[in-house]
Design a protein around this ligand. Structure first.
Ligand code: FES
Length: 96
């Protein structure tokens, strides 16, 4: 199964938030049995520090100002889209 890819910014500014977001995200993915559908990786700074904390989805869409609830919704949609073979919301928004 193809996996969606979530890059968490671990740059100096975002890291203050990422250090709590990442373990919560990984725990939620494990509990939701989505750990195999979503690849979570660390990234360096996206040069959007003032809009952080930032994440990048599938090597393209940068989402700014994420908190855990927003990140969870984004990842749940992306993972469901992956399973259902349809574009995720973030992919549809990218095409506009
Ligand atoms: S530290 Fe995250 S975008 Fe720069």
């Amino acid at each position: 199964m193809a996996r969606c890819r979530i890059e968490l910014c671990w740059g100096r500014i975002c890291a203050k938030h990422t250090r709590t977001l990442e373990p919560r995200l990984r725990g939620w993915l494990r509990d939701a049995r989505l750990a195999d559908a979503v690849e979570v990786v660390a990234s360096g700074c996206f040069d959007r520090c003032e809009q952080g904390p930032n994440v990048r989805l599938d090597d393209a869409t940068i989402v700014h100002g994420v908190d855990f609830d927003r990140l969870r919704r984004i990842v749940a949609d992306a993972a469901a889209a992956q399973v259902e073979g349809r574009p995720g919301r973030h992919q549809r928004e990218r095409k506009r």
